[in-house]
Design a protein around this ligand. Structure first.
Ligand code: SF4
Length: 325
């Protein structure tokens, strides 16, 4: 295979070309490479990122073997949280390469898009993409809702940045959908998988705030989604921000909650949280939360802010009734 193709495969190891390269070249997973594969998964889980390595000729083949090893380790751990977090981190890595290739090597971007059966047509500075390809690969955000988009004869107009974001979403779904691999793994892989499982409590502790046990189910679910790097729609982010500000959570802590969001930007998040704080927005009612698609229980409290009182009230009424009996 030409070295230019090997560059493509090492940057985008989830593609068919990369898989074919690995099976044709018979790459071996040595114990050193397993260690590197474990470091890749560890980094993805702890920092939400997969480090890009210097693209030296020897490192490119190694990168493919490390990716294969990382997938085995994640499969051996066989845990949805790990799979989801790992897939998001790999997708971000691909997104960084795609952004670079978008300027310097557009052929790579088109090849990755074709992996998902998508063809973007250039239109001025933007791109047209068929609706059938747009719908499955758009992030969960109000910005991508069709009502907010320009449509042209069954095509949707997307910017260069949105084109990359769509492909990141496609990569995430592809990796998530392809894991776990069902196979018998060597001992060093299964041991590495166990070490990854042992990381979960630490990762969860990092996202739990004091008093969070009193948060209503909708808020807990949104925080869990963020911890798993699952994108929240814009309306849900605003509602979560208003709730946390009202609950007395500091801006630093709120920014930390959003840190794992796939499109996180510290500057924008901080600005938006401060904006919510200074404008003292009202918390949406439970029925409005329901219309946003984020209400997940029937707490009968009117607004998530009254959840704690409603639960305590119900508990007191239950205790009083038990006393009477
Ligand atoms: S009923 Fe209200 S507090 Fe409970 S999950 Fe739904 S929106 Fe949240």
């Amino acid at each position: 295979m030409a070295s230019a193709d090997l560059i493509f495969c090492s940057r985008y190891p989830f593609t068919k070309q990369a898989k074919d390269y690995v099976s044709e070249s018979g790459l071996e997973l040595t114990s050193t490479l397993v260690e590197k594969a474990e470091a890749r998964v560890n980094n993805a889980l702890v920092t939400g990122k997969v480090k890009r390595v210097a693209e030296l000729p020897d490192a490119r083949e190694e990168e493919l073997a490390i990716y294969a090893g990382a997938r085995m380790i994640v499969s051996s751990a066989n845990n949805r949280y790990i799979i989801s977090r790992y897939a998001v981190a790999e997708a971000k890595r691909a997104g960084e390469y795609l952004a670079g290739d978008d300027a310097a090597n557009n052929g790579h971007v088109e090849l990755v898009a074709s992996e998902f059966g998508v063809r973007f047509e250039k239109k001025g500075k933007d791109y047209l993409v068929p609706l059938s390809a747009y719908l499955p690969f758009t992030p969960r955000s109000m910005d991508y809702k069709l009502t907010n988009r320009e449509l042209e004869n069954g095509f949707v107009l997307v910017s260069r940045h949105e084109r990359i974001r769509m492909m990141e979403e496609a990569v995430k779904k592809k990796i998530e959908g392809s894991l776990p691999i069902r196979a018998q793994f060597s001992e060093d892989i299964t041991e590495a998988g166990k070490r990854m499982l042992a990381l979960i409590p630490k990762l969860e502790v990092a996202t739990v705030s004091v008093g969070q046990e009193n948060y209503p189910p909708c808020i807990k679910k949104m925080l869990e989604d963020l911890a798993l790097s699952i994108n929240l729609p814009h309306t849900a982010r605003v509602a979560l921000g208003i709730y946390l500000v009202s609950a007395g959570v500091t801006t630093d802590k709120i920014v930390d909650y959003f840190r794992h969001a796939p499109d996180f930007s510290e500057k924008t998040t901080r600005y938006q949280v401060e904006h919510l704080r200074s404008h003292k927005y009202n918390m949406p009612s439970c029925s409005t939360m329901d219309s946003y698609g984020v209400c997940i229980a029937d707490c009968r409290c009117g607004t998530p802010l009254r959840y704690r009182d409603a639960i305590n009230g119900a508990r007191l009424r239950r205790l009083a009734a038990e006393k009477k009996e």
